[in-house]
Design a protein around this ligand. Structure first.
Ligand code: FDP
Length: 447
């Protein structure tokens, strides 16, 4: 009967095509001969347990072949399947809107004059990096979008010196009478890098936005209105920050030949592509899974002579075809984390920005680069480590803390990790450094 209903529903829509109705109840509606969406495979249904909570995957028994499964629809179905996580729908809606705006800003920057350094130079963020015009504007775009979602308590961004606490007025809800007390439990923390890889942006190289969403947790900070925050307020806000294994969502937007939105809500990884004709993200890469092993290594070889011996020996082995797979690996490095991780997710292999003698903690930031990307990579069946330890287990000591990153196909990362384990027996100083990252020690914000 269900099959008959599906078939009739398909026929009733005028020349509609029912895909394999005899074998599955999934129906794709659209006209014969018209341009169809390339992807007709629905993401897997089922559920997963993440951080002690069950996440139910949305089911898609029908779809329109003209529009495909849009991100908007995916989130509506997700919220229906997970009422207690329904607020993620408006958070993701805010982020996708920001990504579309940023995509346009990046694409048009050569024509609109949004190239080069903020204020002609001299505008430096808390990490001492020169800010580009686009760094500043994209930070505002994302910050506003998240603020207007009305779900955020704290925002931490690469471009902000300290986490931003949203007070009653900032925490936008134009329809909320001010005398109603909002339920504290509905508040989230967003961490983000609005334009990762921005040092490349004026040359048209891929860039991206990285985001992570945490529950607020138990700690409450009382922060006086207005800036600057006192040191105690900053430290309190920093202490609300949590390890990667407490993330409930993370993802990135890649601004490249197409704009991709790839994310996890704790039950697999879904990849969408912006359909410029209707401004919707459409599911093009359902259930992304990393191949167990790849043939690509991706790291800045300019740092080779400062690397720990473990990494140098591992890279030498895979270059020569003397690693576990016996294959000589090839090198691909964009120098833009989102682009390099996106390729790694799709093709497999290993991406790393390791610690070295000069920068013992590497370059990438734990909170808004390493942890959100590690959550994604693990959800796609991969591994993400600092060398010896799992990145997701590190409790942040500071908002802009850096950590070494080695992530990608599980067999490749495990092979690399063995070199670190062997090296740590010979080099107790390296082991001490690695182990120290696992012990939270609150730094001053911005340290
Ligand atoms: P960028 O400085 O251009 O923003 O963390 C920032 C980052 O880019 C990553 O996207 C990228 O992987 C890395 O730095 C590149 O660093 P190197 O130039 O040292 O290779």
């Amino acid at each position: 009967m269900a099959r008959l209903v599906a078939l009739l529903a398909a026929l009733a829509l005028g020349g509609a095509e029912a895909l394999a109705v005899g074998r599955t109840s999934r129906v794709v509606h659209g006209s014969r001969g018209a341009a169809r969406m390339a992807v007709t495979r629905a993401p897997k249904a089922g559920s997963a347990v993440v951080n002690g909570r069950t996440v139910v995957l949305p089911k898609f028994s029908e779809e329109c072949s003209y529009t495909g499964i849009t991100l908007t629809r995916y989130m509506i179905e997700f919220a229906r399947a997970n009422p207690e996580l329904a607020e993620l729908e408006s958070i993701l809606a805010s982020i996708q809107t920001a990504c579309k705006t940023i995509s346009t800003l990046v694409r048009r920057s050569s024509m609109t004059g949004l190239v080069g350094l903020q204020g002609g130079g001299g505008s430096v963020n808390v990490q001492g990096e020169e800010q580009k015009k686009l760094d500043v504007i994209t930070n505002d775009v994302l910050k506003n979008a998240l603020k207007f979602s009305g779900k955020m308590a704290t925002l931490a961004s690469e471009e902000e010196d300290a986490p931003v606490a949203l007070d009653e007025d900032d925490n936008y809800d134009a329809y909320r009478p001010k005398d109603i007390v909002i339920e504290e439990g509905n508040k989230y923390i967003a961490v983000f890098d609005p334009l990762d890889g921005s040092s490349n942006v004026d040359a048209g190289i891929p860039t991206g936005t990285i985001f992570g969403i945490f529950d607020e947790g138990d700690q409450t900070c009382v922060v006086d209105e207005g800036l600057p925050l006192t040191a105690a307020e900053q430290e309190c806000l920093a202490s609300t920050l949590r390890p990667g294994n407490a993330l409930i969502a993370s993802g990135y937007c890649l601004y490249s030949s197409a704009t991709h939105f790839v994310f996890t809500l704790g039950a697999g990884v879904q990849g969408f592509t912006l359909d410029e004709s209707n401004g919707e993200f459409v599911l093009t890469h359902p259930d992304i899974m990393l191949p167990p092993r790849g043939k690509i290594y991706s790291l800045n070889e300019g740092n080779r002579w400062a690397w720990d011996n473990a990494l140098r020996d591992y890279v030498t082995a895979i270059q020569k075809g003397e690693g576990e797979s016996g294959v000589a690996y090839t090198s691909r490095y964009i120098g833009s984390m989102v682009g390099d991780v996106h390729r790694t997710l799709l093709y497999g292999g290993i991406f790393a920005y390791a610690g070295d003698k000069k920068n013992v903690n590497g370059k990438l930031r734990l909170l808004y680069e390493a942890a959100p990307m590690s959550f994604l990579v693990e959800q796609a069946g991969g591994k993400a480590v600092t060398g010896l330890h799992r990145i997701m287990d590190i409790v942040p000591s500071g908002v802009h803390q850096r950590v070494p990153v080695i992530m990608g196909s599980p067999d490749d990362v495990a092979e690399c990790q063995k070199y670190y384990t062997a090296e740590s027996a010979k080099d107790p100083e390296m082991k001490k450094r690695c182990d120290a990252r696992m012990v939270p020690k609150l730094q001053k914000v911005g340290a």
